[in-house]
Ligand binder design. Structure first.
Ligand code: HEC
Length: 97
């Protein structure tokens, strides 16, 4: 095998390599997210994402916020009161539900 063939083979393997290196990091994030959810959200939002508790079921929430930039949803999670006060359309809509 000449050096060029080796190079192309390595290049072909690159996506696989990147994928396997990225996987553990992603898994850690999922675990972290689960813990955060349990600690800060599960008291009001059902972890099955389907049934309402004190708070509404969170399944499909990204679609309900699809008309707004993702930052709005992040901001809502951090400080919903501020957005209610500002009269953000999604916040107002939820008040009426
Ligand atoms: C004390 C109870 C409570 C806790 C804790 C809580 N929420 Fe909520 N959440 C609510 C209620 C009630 C609503 C409905 C809107 C309203 O009445 O303010 C809501 C609404 C939401 C919405 C909007 C749903 C939609 O359909 O647009 C999201 C997203 C959300 N919560 C995420 C979270 C996340 C993430 C956490 C944890 C970091 C969390 N909430 C913690 C009570 C809570």
């Amino acid at each position: 095998m000449n050096i060029q063939a080796v190079f192309w083979r390595l290049l072909a393997l690159l996506p696989l390599l990147l994928f396997t290196m990225a996987a553990p990091a992603q898994e850690a994030n999922i675990e972290e997210g689960k813990t955060l959810f349990r600690n800060y959200c599960a008291s009001c939002h059902n972890k099955n994402m389907k049934d309402d508790l004190t708070g509404p079921a969170l399944g499909g929430v990204e679609e309900r916020w699809a008309d707004y930039p993702p930052e709005d949803l992040y901001r809502w999670i951090r400080n919903s009161q501020a957005m209610i006060n500002e009269g953000h359309p999604r916040a107002v809509e939820m008040r009426e539900e």
